[in-house]
Ligand binder design. Structure first.
Ligand code: AMP
Length: 211
């Protein structure tokens, strides 16, 4: 089974995804993490990706579909939590066609709806674990350790400046929202609620899906 988690930049997808993956033993496929991991290798493709991501624009559908198709296919023996993919009508069409191709595979979709005014604030506080890339909405306390790998070394994401955030929001409104609005069966939940409440609502949905 594939579960797709959607929402604007800074809506808390990364934090919720980490929680769901721990609770349900799903594989977390975050398009952004996959691209950042490639960028860190310093390969020719990685260097191109890095400079592209810092603009806040979206990669072309054929490049990201190629990368994500192989990641999804590698992990099909598990339940997969997709985060940040699909992000356009073209990418969604690929997913629908892929689901039909694989016997018994289903895809459920959940969108976290968040008031746009609160997103800039959230992005400003966001930190990423330097060792494993786990994203945290905010870090509370001076001696916090990553709950995935235990490292205490965090950094701000390179594309978390206000300018890049504005471009990412524009791209979201222009390209991703129309996909979300037109997707049949998209469940929408209030992402402005406290993280534990959002998690509880997501668990109700997932408990129902993973029986
Ligand atoms: P994220 O970590 O999901 O915010 O993604 C960081 C950046 O990676 C985005 O601003 C895009 O440049 C690129 N990216 C991530 N996912 C996609 C996607 N599905 N399609 C195109 N570009 C993507």
């Amino acid at each position: 089974m594939i579960v797709g988690l959607f929402g604007p930049p800074g809506c808390g997808k990364g934090t919720q995804a980490r929680y769901l993956v721990q609770k349900y033993g799903m594989v977390h496929l975050s398009a952004g993490d996959v691209l950042r991991a490639e960028a860190k290798t310093g390969s020719a493709l990685g260097q191109k990706l890095q400079s592209f991501m810092s603009t806040g624009g979206l990669l072309s559908d054929d490049i990201i579909v190629d990368i994500m198709e192989s990641k999804i296919t590698e992990n099909l023996s598990n339940h997969i939590l997709l985060d940040g993919f699909p992000r356009s009508i073209g990418q969604m069409s690929f997913c629908m066609e892929y689901i039909k191709r694989v016997d018994g595979l289903t895809m459920s979709m959940i969108c976290l709806e968040v008031d746009a005014d609160k997103l800039v604030e959230r992005i400003a506080g966001r930190r990423v674990c330097k060792r494993c890339g786990a994203t945290y909405g905010a870090l509370h306390g001076a001696d916090v350790a990553c709950d995935v790998c235990g490292s205490k070394d965090f950094e701000k994401r390179a594309d978390d400046s206000v300018d890049t955030f504005m471009s990412r929001m524009d791209e979201y409104r222009k390209t991703t929202l129309p996909m979300i609005e037109s997707a049949a069966g998209m469940l929408k939940i209030d992402g402005d609620a406290a993280p534990e409440i959002v998690s509880a609502r997501l668990c109700e949905i997932l408990d129902d899906l993973i029986k």
